[in-house]
Ligand binder design. Structure first.
Ligand SMILES: [Ca+2]
Ligand SMILES: [Ca+2]
Length: 464
């Protein structure tokens, strides 16, 4: 246990040492040269003496040339900074308003060499080399102008400060990288040694303490959409602090639509486009929230922004089914209640079926929120005699809620045999005829009986 702990501790120290070594390597960039030359450029002392909102930023470029044969007569360096943060070219009394460097300033690389050799040297960049708007300084530094005719290997060598760049800072806390690209040094007059190009350098220094502050400045989307739409939502994020990698998360009612990792340079903004698939969502109001998250953000009040989107829907429904009779021999009327529960006027078909057989289809037009009853006559003659359930269906493309578009009756209609109309009539006639015969017989029998009774009565009187 103790051993593994010790190893882990040792491993940590190694990582720490490696990290330090990496940082040091970043600051001193070797030039790809012949083995005899070990010249390097390096950048040091990126400093600021910011006074209030603006200040002076300096970056020293050094050269290391311990090999006496690496005699240098000139070099090229292109510089680029963020023009919103740094303005290249600090007027230090220079005719071009550029910077001062080797113009006789003691302590610079060429100073002693030129002084002792009686050489002439002058300002390096030509007029127009500085573009304040683009934040660039470009061109060849002919540090040792007037040395025309110098043979290779006759220049200066040694180690020292080549030049100091000056910039005016525009903001107290902003950040700007100082990118050094296309850097060569010359060992012959005006002839860049292409094999002595150094790798590009980006100084990740900053002036003042960079703070981190990202802000979601806008979330834009249509205020209304229809359920099933893919809604485009544009989110603009601004970086008000140092350069960052941030997580941008978009949600609807706290459900994540997408989280995106994005990087943002200082003092820039970027608009990201998201696609929100609204298929299957319930109609209603949705809060769309975009939140940018970066560690150590100094102002969390501006990290999110919202917008509202109302989701509308196409939605019709079958609300009920009734029938005029449930034992039917010829015809029945089936009534279907339909409603428009969506947000748009709709025209759609309602179809009723038994088993899979279509009884009828009718078009229905309803305003949003309206309902009506649709009646269907069903002639059941020829339909097999048994019980049937009836199903009604409202068919509408893009209906957001299909569950209420179909309803099957809980009752059933029984189809019974159809009786011919002649049978009951015939029966009535027969009954009528029979009744008349009976009546007739009765009326014929009555007088005879009465006569007999009368006759008997008279006899009795006569006999009495
Ligand atoms: Ca913020
Ligand atoms: Ca529906």
């Amino acid at each position: 246990m103790k051993l593994s702990k010790a190893l882990r501790k040792k491993g940590f120290l190694l990582i720490l040492m490696y990290s330090f070594a990496s940082i040091l390597c970043c600051l001193t960039v070797p030039i790809a040269t012949a083995p005899s030359s070990t010249v390097t450029f390096r950048v040091e002392n990126v400093t600021s003496d910011a006074l209030g909102l603006t200040g002076l930023v300096m970056a020293d470029i050094y050269i290391d040339a311990p090999d006496p044969e690496s005699a240098i007569v000139g070099w090229t360096i292109n510089i680029k900074v963020n023009p919103d943060v740094l303005e290249p070219g600090y007027d230090f009394g220079d005719p071009y308003g550029v910077f001062w460097a080797v113009s006789g300033m003691e302590g610079y690389f060429l100073y002693d060499w030129c002084k002792s050799g009686g050489r002439n040297y002058t300002i390096m960049f030509e007029e127009g080399a500085i573009d304040v708007t683009a934040g660039t300084i470009t061109g060849t530094i002919e540090a040792i102008a007037g040395w025309a005719g110098l043979e290779p290997g006759v220049g200066a060598n040694g180690t020292g400060k080549l030049v100091t760049f000056f910039f005016t800072s525009k903001n107290e806390t902003a950040y700007s990288p100082i990118e050094i690209t296309e850097a060569y040094y010359y060992t012959s007059w005006k002839v860049p040694d292409l094999d002595k190009r150094i790798p590009d350098i980006i100084i990740h220094g900053h002036y003042n303490e960079p703070t981190f502050d990202v802000a979601v400045t806008s979330v834009s989307a249509p205020s209304q959409a229809t359920v099933g739409d893919i809604v485009t939502i544009n989110v603009t994020v601004a970086n008000l602090g140092g350069p960052v990698a941030l997580n941008l998360t978009l949600t609807y009612n706290r459900t994540i639509i997408e989280t995106r990792l994005m990087s943002l340079a200082s003092a820039t903004s970027k608009t990201e486009s998201f696609a929100w698939d609204t298929t299957g969502l319930t109609p209603g109001e949705y809060v769309i929230n975009a939140t940018a998250i970066v560690p150590e953000d100094v102002d969390l009040t501006n990290n999110f922004n919202i917008t509202m989107i109302t989701l509308l829907a196409h939605d019709v429904a079958i609300t009920n089914i009734t029938a005029s009779s449930f034992r039917v021999d010829i015809n029945v009327t089936i009534s279907v209640g339909v409603a428009n529960e969506g947000d748009f006027p709709e025209t759609f078909n309602v179809t009723i079926t038994y088993d899979s057989e279509v009884i009828g289809t009718k078009p229905v037009t309803l305003s949003a929120g309206d309902s009506k009853t649709v009646k269907f006559d069903w002639d059941v003659r020829g339909v097999a005699l048994r019980k049937y359930n009836i199903t009604a269906e409202a068919i509408l493309d893009g209906d957001a809620d299909l569950e209420d578009n179909t309803m099957t009756s809980e009752w059933s209609i029984e189809i019974i045999p159809e009786y011919p109309t002649e049978i009951p009539l015939l029966l009535v006639l027969v009954i009528l005829a029979v009744s008349m015969i009976i009546l007739k017989q009765r009326t014929q029998r009555e007088p005879l009986k009465r006569r007999l009774m009368m006759r008997h009565g008279n006899t009795k009187v006569t006999e009495g």
